[in-house]
Every structure is written in structure tokens, then in C-alpha cells.
Ligand binder design. Structure first.
Ligand SMILES: [Zn+2]
Length: 172
């Protein structure tokens, strides 16, 4: 298999690119750029996991996947990531110390990266939404992942004042 094309750049460079994109293309462009990066990160992650002799990421139990993905992202400089399922098909991802939060304006690149990274694990197009951001005073950045319908539903319910915990635990 071909090696994924990964480029390591300083966080400062990404922050400046992000600031530039926010003034021109907007958040959507940042998410799309992140999505492409997430797919490449997943390929690198799968390669690493298989080289350690384990099953592919899609065959692992969620706890193993979460632990391995967590160390992969923290080694990549992303922050401390935890991933759990609080509903059949909905994942909750927390990132403590997310690099992107320090640049303000929400973590659009990370949102796209998570969607691209989680896409190979689901049999539907994965949508990701950041529901709490440490740039707005939360302890961690918190993301919900699921299909587009779930995200629309979660968005509407949170707008109506429901806490995300209830949404994560609700009947689908
Ligand atoms: Zn954030």
C-alpha cells in the first residue's frame, strides 16, 4: 500500500493558515481541508496499528480503538483525546488541550479531521459537530459524531436547551 502523504508543520503555521482561511473561505473550507487530513491520518493510524500486529482499526473493540487513537492523536500534537460511545451509533470525542482552540473561533479543522478519521469506521457518511470548545471557556473541546440526521437532531435539541448528555443517552 502507498504511504499516506503526511506533512508535519508547526502549529503556528496552521494557526496562520486558519486565520487566513477564516477571512476568505470560512469555516466550511477549514472543515473540508481537515477532512482530507483526517483520511490521511486514518491511513497512517491503520498502518501503525497493523505494524504492531493487531487487528485493523475497524475490527477492534471500541475501548482498544479509543486507547490507540488517543495515543496516536496526542503523539501528533493534537491534545489528549478520548473517544467513547454514549449511544448505539453516536460517538463522543473529548479533546483536552486541543491545539486549535488556542487560535479561537472554534475547532473547524479538528471537526473535519475527526469526520475524515472516523469515516472508514462507519457505513454512512460521518458528520461531526463541536458542541463545546475550550476557547469559549469549557474544560475540553467536545465533539459529537454520527450521521447527518443525528447531528441535525442533536443541534435542534441543544438549541432548545437540552444538555448533550441527555442527547447522547436518548433513544434513537
Ligand atoms: Zn475547540
Amino acid at each position: 500500500m502507498t504511504a499516506p502523504n503526511l506533512v508535519l508543520v508547526a502549529g503556528e503555521t496552521v494557526r496562520r493558515l486558519k486565520a487566513a482561511a477564516e477571512t476568505s473561505g470560512g469555516a466550511e473550507a477549514l472543515r473540508e481541508a481537515g477532512h482530507a487530513s483526517g483520511a490521511a491520518l486514518y491511513a497512517a493510524f491503520a498502518e501503525q496499528v497493523r505494524s504492531e500486529g493487531g487487528a485493523g482499526p475497524s475490527e477492534m473493540p471500541l475501548e482498544d480503538f479509543s486507547a490507540k487513537a488517543s495515543s496516536f492523536f496526542s503523539e501528533a500534537g493534537w491534545g489528549r483525546l478520548t473517544l467513547r460511545s454514549s449511544h448505539d451509533a453516536l460517538a463522543v470525542v473529548d479533546i483536552d488541550g486541543c491545539w486549535e482552540a488556542s487560535s479561537g473561533g472554534g475547532c473547524n479543522v479538528t471537526t473535519g479531521v475527526l469526520a475524515g478519521f472516523l469515516a472508514p469506521l462507519a457505513d454512512y457518511p460521518v458528520a461531526v459537530m463541536e458542541i463545546e470548545c475550550s476557547s469559549e471557556g469549557s474544560a475540553t473541546c467536545r465533539f459529537l459524531a454520527g450521521n447527518a440526521e443525528m447531528m441535525d437532531d442533536a443541534y435542534e435539541r441543544m438549541r432548545a436547551g437540552e444538555g448533550w448528555e441527555r442527547i447522547g443517552a436518548a433513544e434513537g
